[in-house]
Design a protein around this ligand. Structure first.
Ligand SMILES: Cc1cc2nc3c(=O)[nH]c(=O)nc-3n(C[C@H](O)[C@H](O)[C@H](O)COP(=O)(O)OP(=O)(O)OC[C@H]3O[C@@H](n4cnc5c(N)ncnc54)[C@H](O)[C@@H]3O)c2cc1C
Length: 337
C-alpha cells in the first residue's frame, strides 16, 4: 500500500475540480483499511468512493482514503432468488451489468448511476421509481474508531428519500465495506411507469419487455438527458427535491398553480427542484465556468476551470433566489468538502 503526499484529486471527482489531498491511499483489503484508520486520526480522514456525489471546495487535510475493495459473490440462492454480496469498491453500473448478464432482476432501473456500490446505501440511490432500499438485504460497516464490523439490516439503515442513518445519526462514523442485495432470478417485477421508460419501450416496438430491455431504455433516457461527466464535469442532481408540508404547499399552489408536484402522503409534497430552478431563470446560466446545465436545471456543471468554491457560490446564489421567489429551501444532495 502506498500513501501519496500532496495528491491531485482532479481525476477523482466527477466535477473535475482541482483540489489536493495532503495524503492519499487506495485500500484494496480490510487489513489495509484498518491499518490506515489506525495511522491517521479519525477526524482527518475523508472517504472517497467514485467521487460522483461530492464537491471539493478546498484542499483536503489528513488522509483521503479511496475504497478499492473488490468482489461479487453469491451468499445463497434458490430457484427464485439470489443473495449477492458485493464489496464496496465495485462500480455500481458494473454490478448492474453483471446482474443483467445473469438475469438477476431488481436494479435494472438503476442502470448508469455512477459511483461505487459501498456508497449506494448512504444516500439510498434511486432512479426511475426504484431505490436501493427495495433490494437491500443488509450492509456491513467498519467503525472508524473501534474498527469493529457491524451488520446493518434494512431497518437499521433507516432509509428515506436520498437519506439513511449514515447521513443522520451515524454520519461519518462508519465506512461501508460490503452490501448484500436480494434479487430475483425469475418472475421479474418490472417498473416501467416512471419517466419515459414505457414510451421508449413502445417506440422500440417492445411489448413484452425483460429486465435487459428496461435497463436499455433507462440507459437511453439517461444518455439523452444527463451530461456525461467525462465531457462536462458534474455531480448529477446538485439539490434534493424539496419536500414541503400541507400548509406551505397550499400557499405555493395558489401562487404557482402550474407547478408539478408528487403527493407523498401524510400531508407532504415533493416539488421538483429542477422546475423551481428553471422557473427562476437559471437554466443554462453561467457564473464564469460554473454553470447550470442547459437542458437539466438540477445539474450544476463545470464548463472547464471552475473551482469548487465557484460552483458552491453559484449553488448558494440559486438557493437564495429560490427562497426569495418561492419561499422554499433547497438542500444540496451532493456532499460538500
Ligand atoms: C451524471 C450523474 C448522475 C447521477 N445520477 C444519480 C441518480 O440517478 N440517483 C442517485 O441516487 N444518485 C445519482 N448520482 C449521484 C451519485 O452517483 C450517487 O450518489 C453515488 O452513490 C455516489 O457514489 P460515489 O462512490 O461516487 O460517492 P462519493 O462521491 O465518492 O462519496 C459520496 C459520500 O459518501 C462518502 N463515502 C463514499 N464511499 C463510502 C463508503 N464506502 N463508506 C462510507 N462513506 C462513503 C463520501 O465520504 C462522501 O461523503 C449521479 C451522479 C452523476 C455524476
Amino acid at each position: 500500500m502506498t500513501v501519496h503526499r500532496d495528491h491531485s484529486l482532479k481525476s477523482f471527482n466527477t466535477f473535475g475540480v482541482e483540489a489536493r489531498a495532503a495524503h492519499f491511499a487506495t485500500a484494496e483489503n480490510l487489513d489495509t483499511l484498518k491499518s490506515l484508520l489506525q495511522t491517521f486520526s479519525k477526524d482527518s480522514i475523508t472517504i472517497l468512493g467514485g467521487g460522483s456525489n461530492i464537491l471539493l471546495t478546498q484542499d483536503l487535510p489528513g488522509l483521503t482514503l479511496h475504497i478499492g475493495l473488490k468482489g461479487i459473490s453469491i451468499v445463497e440462492e434458490d430457484d427464485l432468488q439470489v443473495l449477492l454480496e458485493v464489496q464496496a469498491g465495485e462500480q455500481w453500473h458494473d454490478l448492474v451489468l453483471f446482474c443483467l448478464d445473469h438475469n438477476y432482476g431488481g436494479i435494472e432501473n438503476l442502470a448508469l448511476i455512477p459511483g461505487q456500490v459501498g456508497t449506494a446505501p448512504i444516500q439510498n440511490i434511486g432512479a426511475y421509481g426504484v431505490e436501493i432500499k427495495d433490494v437491500l438485504d443488509s450492509c456491513v460497516g467498519l467503525h472508524k474508531t473501534s474498527l469493529d464490523l457491524k451488520t446493518f439490516d434494512l431497518e437499521d439503515c433507516a432509509f428515506g428519500y436520498r437519506d439513511s442513518v449514515f447521513k443522520q445519526s451515524l454520519k461519518g462514523q462508519y465506512l461501508i465495506t460490503s452490501v448484500r442485495l436480494r434479487l430475483r432470478k425469475k418472475n421479474h417485477v418490472l417498473k416501467t411507469n416512471y419517466g419515459a421508460i414505457a414510451q421508449v419501450l413502445k417506440d422500440d416496438g417492445i411489448t413484452d419487455p425483460n429486465i435487459q430491455d428496461v435497463a436499455k431504455a433507462v440507459i437511453d433516457i439517461r444518455q439523452s438527458k444527463l451530461p456525461d461527466p467525462k465531457q462536462l464535469g458534474n455531480s448529477g442532481s446538485f439539490f434534493k427535491n424539496p419536500v414541503i408540508a400541507q400548509n406551505q404547499f397550499d400557499d405555493f399552489r395558489v401562487q404557482q398553480p402550474a407547478a408539478p408536484f408528487f403527493e407523498m402522503g401524510q400531508g407532504y409534497y415533493k416539488i421538483p427542484a429542477g422546475w423551481l430552478i428553471e422557473q427562476a431563470g437559471f437554466k443554462g446560466y453561467r457564473q464564469g465556468d460554473a454553470g447550470v446545465h442547459e437542458h437539466q436545471a438540477l445539474v450544476l456543471v463545470n464548463h472547464g476551470t471552475a473551482t469548487g468554491q465557484e460552483i458552491w457560490a453559484l449553488a448558494q446564489n440559486i438557493q437564495q433566489r429560490i427562497k426569495e421567489v418561492f419561499g422554499i429551501t433547497l438542500e444540496p444532495e451532493v456532499n460538500l468538502f
